[in-house]
Design a protein around this ligand. Sequence first.
Ligand code: LLP
Length: 439
Amino acid sequence: MNWRSEVERPPGFVFRKHRKGLLRSSETFILHCEDVPLAKLAERYGTPLYVYSTTAILKRLGAFENAFRRVLHTICYSVKANSNLSILRLMARQGCGFDVVSGGELERVLVADRRAAKKVVYSGVGKSRKEITAALKAGILLFNVESESELWVLADCAAQCRTVARVALRVNPDVAADTHPYISTGLRKHKFGVPIGNARELYGKASSARHLKVVGVSVHIGSQITDVAPFAEAIDRVADLVRDLRADKHRIDYVDIGGGLGIEYQAPNLQFVECAARYARAVANPLRGLNVHLLLEPGRSIVGPAGALLTSVIYRKENDGKRFLIVDAAMNDLIRPTLYGAYHEIVPVVQSKKSPAKKETVDVVGPVCESGDFLARDRELPRVEEGDLLAILDAGAYGMALASNYNSRPRPAEILVRGKSAKIIRRRETGRELYAAEL
Ligand code: LLP
């Protein structure tokens, strides 16, 4: 494998020969997001900085759409993966619906595009009355109800709003998926959904409520699942349930299969078209002949590889032979490595092909005061110096969305690139904003 293909994530992130300025040399390569050199963005906007590629997002969305073209479907982009308004607008312009899990996410969708409300599905085990009422008023497509208690609260709220809520029960199919335990959701021991064995009875109760209209079944078995077999198994069980429910005279128009398709963090994900096609075959097969409208809630697989987190090396440090790169991004900016033991490829933004830097094994750590503040451990990287730039790849999903202000650190700015243009879609927070709400 040649040194460049090891690290490229086209069409978003690609090394290109540097042509201008001080580093003029045919042997110097700079990581670009589309046609924009990342070094230029870092200089202009500072680091840490999230950078996203519009083309990569659109390509991945297109791959999904294409994979499901023979099936009646709507992609409801999962807002939690990356909820920046500009990203939501981009999705809305493509005709996407949205999967939300809170009043806050719904509010963002409505601000991004009021008309998208009719394509919103709302999941979550703890929807409050206030959130439910806001969603009813917005006229969302579907409530994915996760317990009997929630069903009655929803019926009550709908009665008060003098409306009817469209309902699916989120069923828990008791299917194991090989992913991190924190993001696996489809087993009986998890808090999500109602056991599939109890669903028929609960559908009976729901259909007797005047202000509820049963229209579908929903399921979501977890996230970062790269093997399609567990999806097929779960949908198989859901298909059986749809047949039973129809025999009970329920009208089931929609099957919401959730999100969860994983990405390749360890290797370039060049064949997403194939992954999406494989996934589509696995989930569409069990539903064949049922004539349902499929709802999909992908998040990570659309935006994950389309984003990178840029960071600068502040210090190099060696403690008894252990080497650290102390960088200006930290666990508050990207928590995945420490929270899930997640791997994110890290590459120097500027690389020389002629005299490649020697490799060394380092821990890449941030300035936060915790030993858990790391972005990579025992990672082999080309040697970089203080002031050099690193790109942490595949950070477009659950990066900024999970960022916090721990250690009173302002969250990074975000940039959306398209071709040669780079637009700031969230400016860096200021210190003052962090305590502005405090008395
Ligand atoms: N639908 C529901 C009901 C979900 O709970 C989720 C993710 C999705 C869709 C989108 O799943 P995706 O396609 O993105 O896998 N913070 C974790 C991931 C948490 C996922 C939570 N639910 C991480 O950084 O890996």
